[in-house]
Design a protein around this ligand. Structure first.
Ligand SMILES: Cc1ncc(COP(=O)(O)O)c(C=O)c1O
Length: 429
C-alpha cells in the first residue's frame, strides 16, 4: 500500500504502532546481525547487503538502477560529474535549499546560478530558470524542498530544449508524487539522503541515486567508486571482481572518482528502514494533516498553511507555513518563543538563502579576496558575484516561514506538538 492508502485505511494508533520509538526496528537488528555474522573481508560486500538495498530501493521506485552513496551530498556530486559538468559550465539550483545542492556545483569546478522560488510552493520557479539559462548551462538541480515536488513539466521541457541534465534533489522527498509519477522518476537521475532527519536513515548519514539510464548509472557509480573501470550499474557492483583486480595487467582507473561508497552496516540499517518507508511517510502525512487541522479548528488567520498543488502528493519532510506577523502583532522570534513555552519542541526558520551565505558572498572558494572574482579562465559567462536582490521571493518569505517538525515516531510526541501549537494560537487569540 502507498502512504496515502495507508493513511486512508489505518487509524493513527495503527500507523504509529509500526514505528519503533527510537527508529530501530526488528528488521534493522536482523540485517545488522547478518552482517556481523558474515564478517568483513575485501572479497565482496558483507552479506550482499549493498546489492540487496540497491535492488529493493530500485524496486520500490520502479527503476532499474539504484546506486548507494555515503551521503545525499556525494550523490549529487556523482550525478554532476557523470553528466560531464566541469569548468566553464553553469548549473542552475534554487536559492532556497540546503547548501550542498550548490556546493557540489562549485566542487565540480562549475559556476552556480541561483534561481528564485515560487512564493507559495517554495520550490524553484521555472520562469526564473528560463530567464537564467545561457549557452553555458549544462544541468539543473530542482529540489523537492520540504517534501513537495517543483513544477517539473516546464522544467523538463526547458531541459529538453536546451539539452540539460536534470538531477532531482529529493533529500526531503520520499514517495512524493508529481502528476501521478513518483518523485525521483522524472529527471535524468534523482538523489536521496538518508541523513538522520530524513524520512528514512541509514544510521545518521547515507544516500542513494536512482536512474533509468544504464550508461549514466555506470558513470555515476564510477564517480562514486574511485573511477574504477570495472564497476558498473548493476545492483551491488561496487567492487572490482577479484580475478580482474588481481591481474598485474589490470588498469584500474579510466576516470577520476571520489570514494562515496556506503558501508555494509549502513546498508543493513537502510534496508530495514526501507521496509517500513511507506509507514514512515504516511506518519508524516498524518502529522502535517493534524497541524493543518489545528490551524483550521482554531480559526487562526495568521498562520498560512502551505499550498499543495492538486497534481502533487506532498511527502512532508516538515510542515512549512507562513507567519503573517502584521496580523499576529508579534514577530517570528516571539511566536517561536511562545510555541516553546507552551511545550513545543522548537520550530525552525528557513535556511539562509544559499546565495547570501558568507561563502557565496565572499567567493572564498575562488581564492583570496584580491583574486576574486577569478572564475576559472575557461568560464566565459556573466556570473561574477552573488548579492541581495538576486532572488527576491526567497529573500522576502525566508523571514516568515515556520517549519514544524514531522519526524516524531510516537503519538505522544505528536500530540505534545499539536497541544503546543493550539496553546500558542490561543495565547494570541
Ligand atoms: C535539500 C537537501 N539537499 C541535500 C542534502 C544533503 O544531504 P546529506 O546531508 O545526506 O549530505 C540535504 C540534507 O541534509 C537536504 O535537505
Amino acid at each position: 500500500m502507498t502512504p496515502r492508502e495507508l493513511l486512508a485505511t489505518h487509524s493513527a494508533r495503527e500507523l504509529f504502532a509500526r514505528l519503533p520509538a527510537n527508529r530501530v526496528g526488528e528488521a534493522e537488528r536482523r540485517y545488522l546481525a547478518e552482517i556481523l555474522e558474515a564478517g568483513f573481508s575485501n572479497k565482496g560486500e558483507s552479506a550482499g547487503m549493498l546489492r540487496r538495498l540497491e535492488e529493493a530501493f530500485a524496486r520500490r521506485f520502479g527503476v532499474p538502477f539504484a546506486i548507494t552513496h555515503n551521503s545525499g551530498t556525494g550523490t549529487m556530486q556523482s550525478c554532476l560529474l557523470a553528466a560531464g559538468v566541469g569548468p566553464g559550465d553553469e548549473v542552475i539550483v534554487p536559492a532556497s535549499t540546503m547548501a550542498s545542492t550548490a556546493f557540489v556545483v562549485v566542487q565540480c569546478g562549475a559556476v552556480v546560478v541561483f534561481a528564485d522560488c515560487d512564493p507559495d510552493r517554495f520550490t524553484i520557479d521555472p520562469e526564473d530558470v528560463r530567464r537564467k539559462i545561457t549557452e553555458h548551462t549544462k544541468a539543473m538541480i530542482p529540489v523537492s524542498v520540504f517534501g513537495l515536488a517543483p513544477d517539473y513539466a516546464p522544467l523538463m521541457e526547458l531541459a529538453r530544449q536546451h539539452n540539460l541534465t536534470v538531477v532531482e534533489d529529493n533529500a526531503e522527498c520520499f514517495l512524493g508524487e508529481y502528476q501521478g509519477k513518483l518523485v525521483g522518476t522524472i529527471g535524468h537521475a534523482a538523489s536521496f539522503s538518508f541523513q538522520a532527519s530524513k524520512h528514512m536513515t541509514s544510521g545518521g548519514d547515507g544516500g542513494m541515486v536512482i536512474t533509468s539510464d544504464e550508461a549514466y548509472a555506470r558513470r555515476i557509480r564510477k564517480a562514486a567508486v574511485v573511477g574504477y573501470a570495472a564497476v558498473d550499474a548493476r545492483p551491488g557492483a561496487t567492487m572490482v571482481p577479484r580475478d580482474v583486480r588481481q591481474d598485474w595487467s589490470y588498469c584500474r582507473h579510466d576516470a577520476l572518482g571520489y570514494n562515496f561508497r556506503m558501508s555494509a552496516p549502513q546498508a543493513a540499517l537502510a534496508l530495514g528502514q526501507l521496509e517500513r518507508l511507506d509507514y514512515l511517510v504516511a506518519a508524516r502525512m498524518y502529522i502535517a494533516g493534524q497541524y493543518e487541522q489545528v490551524i483550521h479548528d482554531e480559526n487562526c488567520e495568521w498562520l498560512i498553511p502551505p499550498h499543495v498543488p492538486a497534481d502533487c502528493v506532498h511527502a512532508w519532510w516538515c510542515y512549512a507555513c507562513k507567519l503573517d506577523e502584521q496580523r499576529l502583532g508579534v514577530d517570528w522570534r516571539a511566536f517561536r518563543k511562545t510555541y516553546i513555552e507552551k511545550g513545543g519542541d522548537g520550530l525552525y526558520g528557513l535556511w539562509t538563502p544559499v546565495h547570501l551565505e558568507p561563502v557565496f558572498r565572499n567567493l572564498s572558494f575562488y581564492g583570496s579576496p584580491e583574486r576574486a572574482p577569478n572564475f576559472d579562465p575557461r568560464y566565459t559567462g556573466r556570473v561574477k558575484a552573488y548579492r541581495e536582490g538576486d532572488c527576491p521571493n526567497v529573500e522576502t518569505y525566508r523571514k516568515h516561514l515556520c517549519l514544524f517538525k514531522t519526524g516524531m515516531q510516537t503519538l505522544d510526541k505528536v500530540n505534545r506538538e499539536l497541544d503546543a501549537l493550539r496553546a500558542a494560537i490561543r495565547h494570541y487569540a
